[in-house]
Design a protein. Structure first.
Lengths: 320, 312
């Protein structure tokens, strides 16, 4: 599927997120982020700790305000001040799955309340019986039992709690889900269960995911397209397989070289590439997103672009 | 022997069906917050004993004065010098005072007023403090000017304010309650504000925000349930301290007027008979101490029981 005939659901345009870290000191956590997310895809945002991936996710959820640029959802601006009607619409259509299932559920509320919270806020039910039926359906859709309604979050395992978090988001019937490292806090044995659940729900409900992660093997499994973010700058965007096959930006190359291999012999003989920003073009020319191949963007200057072009052609010849 | 076991192995084991639903089932009994609070609270024998003592004291103080009909304005034995300064005995449980009244009646009437004032004031202070403090903790705009208000009010000497207000408004129950509430609530509000700020930005509150929950609903369902235990601790400290305040202000002549029985004024009058009739001084002081200490202990134990970390 080419990028042209797909419908853009979320568009991030020149977004900056700035934090004040003291008197007149500012930290630009996200710098000039620019990308589109298409309806029905899983778009992954990867980067190391502190790269600004969560901040960008939270900017979309309007927890962190954008200091520049704008975010469009289905063509309408959702960043900055928006009307009450618009706000309701955005809350209903964009939901979030949080990283730490233990921290993101209200420990003093029953599961029934946790899941109904969105229903209560927008009065999305006809009567009590209808609300309970909706909660039961939501619980069942994530593989939990209706009898869990009267339980408290601390009685559940990590995987079950994360599924409660998913049910809470799903009951709103959203179009876009921002999943902020939804499996990083989970035990390895149940990560696959949650990922499969997310994939199943996506297929059933025609969802779009923005999947924020640092685990590249997970991203390769779940994502259609990947954006690599480094120190607040998005350095490369490409389709998942393309990125793994033809990493262009030096940072992407070094990031991919750190993915652990399950074979100890291979792992031992591997060379980890350390990212060295000094190998980039130091002429002071402004960098921008340039399209190297259709759908494959790299953040570079014109001289770097030429270099990547050459590297790409060479790799295409070698790898076929 | 060994062979026999191997032979029968097929009969001993059978394949079990894997039931995905069964694996999600929670075997632990249903958890109920308030039931667990109650269970933790009554686990300690000492706590139960002190609670019963406190309950008896409070009921006695509330009921006994209406039976005895004591009022500081009525002194039937004032001209009967034989009825004055009697030592405690079977007939006069706590003895009699300088005007021939039963100390027993005087003590409970005074205790009743102290208890009523401290409970009413604690109630008003807590409700005002919690509501304003919760909003204060949430709103950054409100925080800016509320801090200034807090700085001004917290620097006004309490005794000075109490004196001025009781002279202007006249002594009495209403004035005393007003005096003890007019500035006290802001300390509660400040305390709650700090507590709210600690848990305001936790992830489950962000999650509620993403679900479009309003600030009031968040205060009600996400913030206050977490603060039950610290609020209980605050109440446990406030009730006895307000009883002491009432006694202190009455002792200074700023509290209840002469028409109302008061432990504080009693103690201040009886202090002058310390050398000759020490029981007149020690009995009201002991009642006050037992009341304050048992209130404090029960309050603390309730606060501990309200903390779900003690439920396991």
């Amino acid at each position: 599927m080419s990028t042209e005939d797909r419908e853009v659901i979320l568009s991030i345009k020149h977004v900056d997120v700035t934090f004040e870290t003291g008197h007149k000191k500012k930290l630009r956590a996200v710098k000039d982020a620019n990308f589109d997310i298409y309806r029905g895809e899983t778009f992954a945002l990867v980067g190391e700790s502190g790269s600004g991936k969560t901040t960008l996710g939270r900017a979309i959820m309007r927890i962190n305000p954008c200091s520049a640029g704008e975010i469009l959802f289905e063509g309408k601006r959702i960043s900055g001040k928006i009307s009450r009607e618009e706000d309701k619409n955005v809350v209903r259509n964009i939901q979030m799955i949080f990283q730490d299932p233990a921290a993101s559920l209200n420990e003093r509320a029953t599961i029934e309340y946790c899941i109904s919270e969105g229903l209560y806020n927008f009065h999305l039910y006809k009567d009590e019986a209808d609300r309970i039926a909706k909660v039961d359906r939501a619980l069942e859709s994530v593989g939990l039992l209706p009898e869990h309604k009267s339980r408290y979050p601390h009685e559940f395992s990590g995987g079950q709690r994360q599924r409660v978090g998913i049910a809470r988001a799903m009951i709103m019937d959203p179009k876009l889900i921002v999943a902020d490292e939804p499996i990083s806090a989970l035990d390895v044995s149940i990560r696959a269960q949650v990922l499969n659940l997310m994939n199943r729900l996506k297929a059933e409900r025609n969802l779009t995911y923005l999947f924020i992660a640092h685990d590249l093997s997970v991203v390769r499994f779940i994502a259609d397209r990947i954006a690599v973010i480094h120190l607040g700058e998005i350095v490369e965007i490409a389709e998942s397989e393309t990125l793994f096959k033809y990493p262009m930006h030096p940072y992407t190359v070094s990031l991919l070289s750190t993915v652990p291999m399950p074979d100890p012999l291979v792992e031992k003989s591997r060379k980890h590439i350390v990212y060295d920003p000094s190998q980039l073009d130091q002429s002071g020319e402004e960098r921008e997103m340039r399209e190297l191949r259709p759908g494959h963007f790299v953040f570079c200057t014109s001289s770097e672009y030429a270099k990547y072009e050459e590297k790409m052609s060479r790799m295409e010849r070698e790898l076929g | 022997m060994e062979e026999k076991i191997l032979e029968n192995r097929d009969d001993l084991f059978a394949f079990a069906e894997f039931d995905e639903h069964e694996s999600e089932h929670i075997a632990a009994p249903q958890y109920s917050y308030w039931k667990s609070v109650w269970r933790t609270f009554i686990k300690n024998k000492f706590t139960v004993a002190v609670s019963i003592l406190l309950l008896v004291l409070i009921l006695f103080a509330l009921i006994q004065p209406s039976i005895s009909g004591y009022s500081p304005l009525i002194a039937p034995n004032i001209n009967n010098s034989e009825m004055r300064f009697l030592k405690p005995s079977a007939e006069h449980i706590f003895g009699t005072d300088n005007v021939g009244n039963e100390v027993f009646d005087v003590v409970w009437a005074g205790a009743r007023n102290s208890i009523i004032i401290s409970f009413v004031c604690t109630g008003i202070n807590m409700i005002l403090g919690i509501l304003i403090g919760a909003l204060w903790g949430f709103s950054k705009k409100m925080d800016k000017w509320m801090l200034e208000v807090y700085n001004v009010i917290s620097n006004v000497p309490f005794l000075l304010l109490a004196m001025i207000l009781s002279y202007v408004l006249g002594a009495g129950m209403g004035t005393l309650i007003f005096v003890m509430c007019v500035t006290e609530w802001i300390f509660v509000a400040f305390f709650i504000r700090t507590q709210v700020m600690i848990i305001r930005d936790r992830e489950y509150n962000l999650a509620s925000k993403c679900l479009g929950t309003s600030t009031w609903t968040m205060i009600k369902n996400n913030i206050l349930p977490y603060l039950i235990s610290v609020i209980m601790t605050y109440v446990a400290r406030m009730i006895p301290s307000l009883i002491s305040y009432e006694v202190f202000l009455s002792y200074m002549g700023l509290g209840l007027g002469v028409t109302k029985a008061s432990l504080g004024r009693m103690i201040s009058i009886y202090t002058s008979y310390m050398s000759g009739y020490p029981h007149l001084f020690w009995i009201p002081v002991t009642v006050l101490a037992v009341l304050s200490i048992s209130l404090y202990i029960v309050g603390q134990k309730l606060a501990d029981a309200a903390d779900p970390r003690t439920h396991m």
